[in-house]
Design a protein around this ligand. Structure first.
Ligand SMILES: [Zn+2]
Length: 208
């Protein structure tokens, strides 16, 4: 499994392409903008898009999904708890941030615990409510895609509609810090890290 990072949109959101090289099947995590550019990159790699994986319903993470799905297909996967943010433009922030399209309709609502096949690879859905009610992380081999739940040396804000700081810290403690130290963290914004580095250095996680 190969991971490519593309930085997209005005809020410098990380979009990730997961490619199962043996089958040519791909998944895209959070196409926040530039859906057509991501689609072109998939075509150039000869990849077939199987999933569009959404870590949460905020528009800077979902803004490219409509164009990407229109051009490349793929199953649109969203945490059920963020259905309202996906289906209502006013609460998805799409209305506040110009240039973000409304997302497509949800094909596969997830709750955590699902295992998605991607060629010979697997993607596991981990529920991490807090930043938003339906925030999820995606785990594949040594890669963990954390959206706006966990960043290098920081965590996602929880003062937006539906956010809950205590719940966010519980999600990180119980569902992410239980993973091995060498697990690579690919966050929704900023540089990648590892679970071990965050366990030691992230000031928000000390004393959890
Ligand atoms: Zn967010």
């Amino acid at each position: 499994m190969r991971v490519e990072t593309l930085v997209v949109g005005p809020l410098q959101t990380n979009a990730y392409v997961l490619l199962d090289e043996s089958s040519g099947q791909a998944a895209v995590v959070d196409p926040g903008a530039a859906g057509l550019r991501i689609s072109d990159a998939l075509s150039a790699a000869g990849a077939t898009l199987k999933y569009i994986l959404t870590t949460h319903g905020h528009a800077d993470h979902t803004g490219g999904a409509f164009d990407l799905k229109s051009k490349s297909g793929g199953e649109y996967v969203v945490g059920e708890g963020d259905r309202g943010q996906i289906e209502s433009p006013s609460s998805s922030l799409a209305a506040m941030i110009p240039g973000f399209a409304n997302p497509p309709s949800i094909d596969n609502p997830v709750f955590g615990g699902e295992i998605l096949d991607l060629g010979e690879s697997r993607v596991i859905v981990i529920a991490t409510p807090g930043h938003t009610p339906g925030s999820v992380c995606y785990l594949s081999e040594q890669a963990l895609f954390t959206g706006d739940t966990l960043f290098q040396n920081s965590i996602g804000r929880y003062d937006l509609p539906g956010g809950d700081g205590d719940q966010e810290l519980r999600s990180i403690r119980d569902n992410l810090l239980t993973l091995p130290d060498q697990m690579i963290v690919y966050p929704g914004h900023g540089p990648s890290s590892t679970i071990g580095e965050e366990r030691v250095n992230n000031p928000f996680l000390q004393g959890l």
